[in-house]
Write a protein that binds this ligand. Structure first.
Ligand code: SAM
Length: 278
């Protein structure tokens, strides 16, 4: 096995979801970089992979900066192969790893990825919401103001917005989402690839009703349908464009308006020229 880093996805529910290639890689790797050795060693036991002669390194957000170079040095100086895993699912996606891979790229260390479970992708597939354009926004903040700010930030985004969320916080989030998104369709996918897997679609109000009568449990992903044209019907296009023209060149202002609100490029360009000449 070539020295370097191997990004290995592990199951988010059913153990059988791990790929044979991932199992082989975990068997062969010299070093396992993981978030929690107890969780990863349990996975190894379930997969019948021996942990003898393997070095386990704890790699978490709090020690990412320090540990990244140590891990890379093992590949560079000692010819080691290192498998990077999370507690569950795809490493780097709301899990540690990006700094390590960034450094590996800078230092020319071999990196390979073994595709597998990723909660956000599975949730999108279950939801039936548009998948041609989506935006993953990670975990929703816990504080009231930060939560509202984040939801507001995406109110006009013309893509399905995907958030990781927890059972304890979902009702608070849905209450905030009801205020901001009104009748917009949403979906909550929970316990993916587990016995009680389900996906509930509806407005925030409907989802609140559901989780008020059935206690929210397990791991979950919240998705919000893209903003549609009618969500922009009361948009002050001229006002926003004027503001942008005061802050940036005309071309950039037009580009931002088109990207943010899906407006017609020629129409916005003509309006920008008119405003500029006024
Ligand atoms: N890196 C992992 C991935 O993308 O697959 C996610 C890690 S993140 C720390 C954990 C969050 O992922 C959970 O709070 C939940 O929002 C989501 N998640 C993980 N497993 C899940 C499952 N089986 N069903 C639904 N959501 C899940």
């Amino acid at each position: 096995m070539q020295n370097g880093l191997y990004i290995v996805a592990t199951p988010i529910g059913n153990l059988g979801d791990i790929s044979p290639r991932a199992v082989e890689t975990l068997k062969e790797a010299d070093v396992i970089a993981c978030e929690d050795t107890r969780i990863t060693k349990k996975l190894f036991a379930l997969l019948n992979i021996s942990t003898a002669n393997k070095k386990f390194i704890v790699y978490q957000n709090y020690n990412e900066e320090d540990e990244a170079q140590n891990i890379l040095d093992l590949a560079i100086n000692e010819n080691k192969s290192i498998a990077l895993v999370s507690d569950a699912g795809s490493p780097l996606i709301s899990d540690p790893g990006y700094k390590l891979i960034h450094k590996a790229r800078e230092q020319g260390v071999f990196v390979s990825v073994l595709p597998g479970c990723c909660a956000l992708i599975c949730a999108l597939q279950l939801s039936g919401l548009p998948t041609n354009r989506f935006l993953f926004a990670g975990f929703i903040p816990n504080k009231d103001k930060a939560r509202t700010d984040v939801l507001n930030e995406f109110k006009e985004t013309k893509a399905t917005i995907v958030f990781y969320e927890t059972a304890q916080r979902i009702l608070k989030t849905l209450e905030a989402a009801k205020e901001i998104f009104g009748e917009r369709e949403m979906a909550v996918a929970r316990e993916i690839s587990k016995v009680y897997e389900e996906c509930i679609n509806g407005t925030a109000a409907k989802l609140i009703e559901h989780f008020s009568s059935k206690e929210p449990k397990g791991e979950m992903v919240l998705m919000i349908a893209p903003a549609s044209e009618k969500d922009f019907s009361d948009l002050d296009v001229e006002g926003i464009l004027k503001q942008k023209l005061a802050e940036m060149p005309l071309k950039s202002a037009v580009k931002e308006m088109v990207a943010s609100y899906g407006l017609n490029k020629n129409d916005i360009y003509d309006l920008a020229l008119k405003l500029k000449n006024e």
